[in-house]
Design a protein around this ligand. Structure first.
Ligand code: SF4
Length: 363
């Protein structure tokens, strides 16, 4: 019988598993789950034999039933700016990438997590889309959260003062097309006996997918169930132009998404981050004016992201003058606009660059 992967279960699922499969007394299941979460997510045990607080019987049972298997790091690339990119091999030999982005002091990091192998959304500026026009498969909850564990191991980040301070689900794939698994990974990231990240330390991204989940809009569901920052990859405020950059715009328009994003804010009280890759042709005065109309409707902040031309030669990066002018218009209208320099360009780890030929080449 195949073992249950520990990282695939959230706290409640683990409790149920212990009662149903390991015959743990229901009255003790919460305490046992807390001990297990603490041992794995805080003390970083590598094997259940290290569970000294458990009697031999229960310890052996857990060892027989549950595995701590994780993907394997098969390649590591380091950028001269300190960014580290990991190529991971999954159980089925497919690959995904994870990136650690350092702050200026190089002592704290943001981790950029992937949620699927390949992506079918075909955003024109994205390297994942250039290689894969299809979703090969979603990552399991364990494959998502294991990316954090592996990186914590690599930089020895197991003291209470975290080195990896922030998580962004902005690597390969769209979190809104893998919501159930993303939820388990975020539950375990936020759980006080788990990795214990605050809600404002985690950001999920969306191109804007207006599907239903449990009979409500998925964006509203995410506000209630995930309760973390939401980044909306907008990239153009002019519908026709946005459709050229992101074909998903034909299916879920800006106007459809605005009320849902507003609800996200109302539920979480967290502003929406509007993501905007700085291209030559999406930073005109007309774009800025249309963007201001959108920002007036949704409490939001603008993140301008430097474009890495290596990912797609069909696009030109915006000039510094253009970025400054665009940013000034936004700020003069009372909105916050931040410019994020592209990191890890020399190792193709910058925004929109994650794609490994191995991950889809074997399909
Ligand atoms: S930007 Fe994100 S959603 Fe768009 S194709 Fe790339 S991975 Fe998919």
């Amino acid at each position: 019988m195949e073992k249950q992967n520990f990282y695939d279960l959230n706290f409640e699922q683990l409790k149920t598993f212990l009662i149903d499969k390991a015959a743990v007394d229901p009255k003790k299941a919460k305490m046992r789950s807390q001990q297990l979460f603490n041992a794995v997510y805080k003390k970083n045990i590598k094997c259940f034999k290290e569970l000294t607080t458990f009697g031999a019987d229960l310890r052996n049972k857990i060892e027989d039933l549950i595995s701590l298997e994780k993907p394997e790091i098969v390649d590591i690339q380091k950028s001269k700016d300190g960014t580290i990119k990991f190529l991971l091999e999954l159980k089925d030999k497919r690959n995904v990438e994870t990136v650690l982005i350092p702050d200026k002091s190089h002592s704290k990091y943001t981790i950029c997590l992937s949620v699927s192998v390949g992506c079918y959304l075909s955003c024109e500026f994205c390297a994942t889309a250039q290689i894969s026009k299809k979703l090969v498969r979603n990552l399991s909850p364990g494959e998502i959260i294991s990316q954090i564990i592996l990186c914590k191991d690599y930089i020895n980040d197991w003291s209470t003062q975290k080195k990896i301070t922030n998580q962004v689900l902005m690597g390969e794939g769209s979190p809104f097309l893998n919501l159930d698994n993303v939820k388990v990974a975020i539950d375990n990231s936020k759980n006080k006996d788990g990795l214990e990240y605050g809600r404002t330390r985690i950001t999920i991204s969306t191109v804007g997918i207006s599907i239903k989940k449990d009979n409500i809009d998925a964006i509203e569901w995410a506000a209630k169930e995930l309760d973390v920052y939401l980044a909306w990859s907008l990239h153009s405020s002019i519908p026709k132009h946005r459709s050229e950059l992101m074909p998903i715009n034909d299916k879920y328009s800006i106007d459809t998404l605005i009320p849902q994003l507003k609800k996200y804010y109302e539920e979480t009280k967290l502003p929406i981050f509007i993501e905007w890759i700085c291209l030559e042709d999406n930073m005109t005065i007309k774009h800025a004016k249309e963007l201001i109309k959108i920002m007036k409707k949704i409490p939001s902040k603008l993140n301008l992201i430097e474009f890495n031309p290596l990912t797609n030669k069909n696009f030109k990066p915006a000039s510094k003058e253009k970025i400054d002018q665009f940013s000034k218009i936004i700020q003069e209208n009372g909105f916050l606009s931040l410019f994020r320099r592209s990191r890890g360009r020399d190792i193709n780890a910058s925004c929109g660059s994650l794609a490994n030929k191995k991950s889809v080449g074997n399909e």
